[in-house]
Design a protein around this ligand. Sequence first.
Ligand code: CDP
Ligand code: CDP
Length: 225
Amino acid sequence: MKRFAIAVDGPAGSGKSTVAKAVAKHLGIIYVDTGAMYRGVAYFCIQQGVSPLDEAGVLSLLNNIKMEIQPGRDGQRIFLDREDITSKIRTQEIGLGASQVATLQAVRQKLGDMQREMAKNNSVIMDGRDIGTFVLPQAEVKIYMDASVEVRARRRMGELEAKGEKPVFEVICEEIIRRDENDMNRLYNPLRQAEDAVYLDTTGMGIDEAVEAIIRITEGKIGEV
Ligand code: CDP
Ligand code: CDP
């Protein structure tokens, strides 16, 4: 089977990581979570006492980041200076920080190069905001995954509640809208649907249904996988 790439882009909470991870397992290919890499940069900055909004501060740290990505059967693990930070980056604060460092061209360039390198020798399904438009413009399959703000906020609520937190629906909605705005209106590689991407609205869709839809679209594009 020839090597191929599936690019999945879309806003926060549309289901990209959950669905892409399951598709990767089903097809026996590698899943790359590029959002985790932006989160890793934000985590490192905060750890070093630099605000993700401090452009000069973030850029001065960029060359010191020792980030390692390990794809695996049960998803990707991310290491900073050999420390496994996979679960530590899953907070609302780091999510917002990620969308702030993601506005900087030098950050995008560095992470984009790492992402292209991972797709060079492997079939991958990669999720993010600019995969179909900038990182892998030649991807055989491109999906733009979306869902209503309310449904995406409800999904995030579920995740936070499972961690024992007590999130407020209106606050989560606001955070999602703010992050959408950051991602869609930034100068470099903003979130938008690639012209040749298939639009997948998961508002009323369960995880299995979305996984099946992507597998169907993939088979339609490149034949039985
Ligand atoms: O990666 P992204 O931010 O797009 O979304 P996610 O982290 O994959 O999904 C956010 C939450 O929604 C997770 O807890 C998923 O289990 C859930 N989800 C869902 O309930 N139904 C879907 N169709 C997709 C995701
Ligand atoms: O899982 P969720 O959708 O909440 O976010 P994520 O995929 O972990 O990404 C966190 C932030 O990183 C996003 O809000 C984007 O600002 C940024 N990001 C990006 O700019 N480009 C990517 N390819 C992936 C993430």
